[in-house]
Design a binder for this molecule. Structure first.
Ligand code: NAD
Length: 500
């Protein structure tokens, strides 16, 4: 099977995987290099335990080198002062290259972190679409002329910020990367990407493609390594102007502190969630809603920031609805991530696997009713089946904390006010879903939900035109759409006196 043909079956994907080569070195100043210390960390396939690569483990000296190269590139202007239409062309070339290599890129994410190959292919469409969208936006974004008198001309110019460090998680490795780097690069910044230590491989392949697309030296660099080493060094650097972060709320809080301890760099955060999915008794097709409610939590093994992890069901239909959810969940069992028929794949690593099982144990101990799943599946790989708890209360740990695994907590409610109060009773505010046929109720409830996005009669709907982000402790940034592009530029006010 050649890299450019279209794999369709498990055997096709296995054949493609067998011939994959992994780039495992850092990409600094246009060159692939080992970490300064020579240290490496293991990248393992969580579905099999197989060692994929020993990856360069970057630290402070590597961060310093990359930051110096990024600053040099920014000051040189080969990218930062290039006409936006020319930046667009280079980024569109990158998107073309990613399209040509999308099977290989998808495979890297699946092997590295265990997600099903169909899901990785969906991520590639999202990643490539984001790069195209932001590239197309950049030469259509105008500055402003302020409304002043005739004795002056007042301009509001948009300029790139400088050096942006993008620190991303492992659950959608390349897609989360694209959501950050596409607007940051389009706006003219130099970007240093730190992928998660749990999923560095697609980012390093992306560096090769970006190089081939013609991004100038030092404009895009990739530093694999751990958060507390190279991530922290970037976040504390006096020469990094902006942190673009997706990850947990706990680390997001640390990054704000690092910014305060260093140069007050901008910090954009996309953090965790415990998203409520509200089902009212007036829904039309309960089987269909139940199937969406199950997919909302079991997609990507529940390792999704906007997972619909809290299912709030009107008590008059609750028992019946939970039965339908259980039936849908049965069809969503984990399997070989390389098999296009698998709905769920493997859990990313042993630590996450253990953490999910600990939460399940706590759910049982605190009195929630375990209705399905709950046990790890035997085997060399790290698999957990769809797990459903009914009778969950807001006081229970599994009803409050982000588990980041295939565990659904079902709550009951009797009134609209009770449902809204329960939905908002969380430090998070990333996503919320609402299922009803009553347009008055839909608008009433939508307005009162404290959430960055609300999905009405769907879960996770959206495209490149829609901003994505949270409120409360789910973060302060917005990915996608022209709003994200605006985040990566500074406004410069220019007042010109004119003789009249
Ligand atoms: P994490 O916070 O542990 O790590 C995220 C990134 O931060 C990784 O690259 C990690 O190496 C780095 N990091 C860790 N400690 C650091 C430090 N001290 N300094 C600098 N960098 C550091 O999160 P994770 O486990 O990779 O991802 C899961 C989390 O991400 C969940 O909470 C999930 O909800 C969230 N997430 C949010 C969104 C969103 O758009 N809101 C999307 C995907 C994932």
């Amino acid at each position: 099977m050649s890299r450019t043909s279209s794999p369709r079956t498990l055997a096709d994907w296995q054949a493609l995987a067998a011939e994959l080569a992994f780039e495992s070195r850092a990409f600094i100043d246009d060159t692939f290099v080992d970490a300064d210390s020579g240290d490496t960390f293991e990248s393992r396939n969580p579905a099999t335990g197989e060692l994929l690569a020993q990856v360069a483990s970057c630290d402070e000296p590597d961060a310093e080198r990359a930051v110096a190269a990024a600053r040099h590139a920014f000051a040189g202007g080969a990218w930062s002062r290039l006409a936006p239409g020319k930046r667009k062309k280079t980024l569109l070339r990158l998107a073309e290259l990613m399209e040509a290599h999308k099977h290989e890129l998808a495979l890297l994410d699946t092997l590295d972190m265990g997600k099903p190959i169909t899901s990785s292919l969906g991520d590639m469409a999202g990643a490539i679409g984001c790069i195209r969208y932001q590239a197309e936006c950049i030469d259509k974004l105008y500055g402003e002329v302020a409304p002043t008198g005739e004795d002056s001309l007042a301009l509001v110019l948009r300029e790139p910020i400088g050096v942006v460090a993008a620190i991303v998680p492992w659950n959608f490795p390349l897609m989360m990367t694209a959501w950050k780097i596409a607007p940051a690069l389009a706006a003219g910044n130099s970007v240093i990407l730190k992928p998660s230590e749990k999923s560095p491989l697609s980012a390093l392949r992306l560096a090769q493609l970006a190089n081939e697309a013609g991004l100038p030296k030092g404009v895009f660099q990739v530093l694999p390594g751990f958060g507390h080493t190279v991530g922290k060094a970037l976040a504390l650097s006096m020469q990094v102007d902006c942190l673009a972060f997706t990850g947990s709320t706990a680390v997001g809080k640390q990054l704000m502190q690092y910014a305060g301890q260093s140069n007050l760099k901008r910090v954009y955060l996309e953090c965790g969630g415990k998203s409520p999915n509200l089902v009212f008794a007036d829904c039309k097709d309960l089987d269909q809603v139940a199937s969406h409610a199950a997919a909302a939590i079991f997609h990507n093994q529940g390792e999704v920031c906007i997972a619909g992890s809290r299912l709030l069901v009107e008590n008059s239909i609750r028992d019946d609805f939970v039965e339908r959810v259980l039936k849908a969940a049965e069809t969503m069992q984990p399997g070989d991530p390389l098999d296009p028929a698998s709905f769920m794949g493997a859990i990313v690593d042993e630590a996450q696997h253990r953490r999910i099982l600990d939460y399940i144990r706590q759910g049982v101990e605190e009195g929630a009713r375990l209705r399905s799943g709950g046990q790890a599946i035997d085997g060399p790989g790290l698999f957990i089946p769809p797990t459903v708890f009914d009778g969950v209360t807001p006081q229970m740990t599994i009803g409050r904390e982000e588990i980041f695994g295939p565990v659904l907590a079902v709550f009951g409610f009797d009134s609209e006010d009770e449902a809204i109060a329960m939905a908002n009773d969380t430090p998070y505010g990333l996503a919320a879903g609402l299922w009803s046929q009553d347009i008055d109720r839909i608008m009433r409830v939508t307005r009162r939900l404290q959430s960055g996005q609300v999905f009405v009669n769907n879960w996770a709907g959206g495209d490149q035109t829609m901003p994505f982000g949270g409120v409360k402790q789910s973060g302060n940034g917005r990915d996608k759409s022209h709003h994200s592009l605006e985040e990566y530029s500074e406004l410069k006010s220019v007042w010109i006196n004119l003789a009249t």
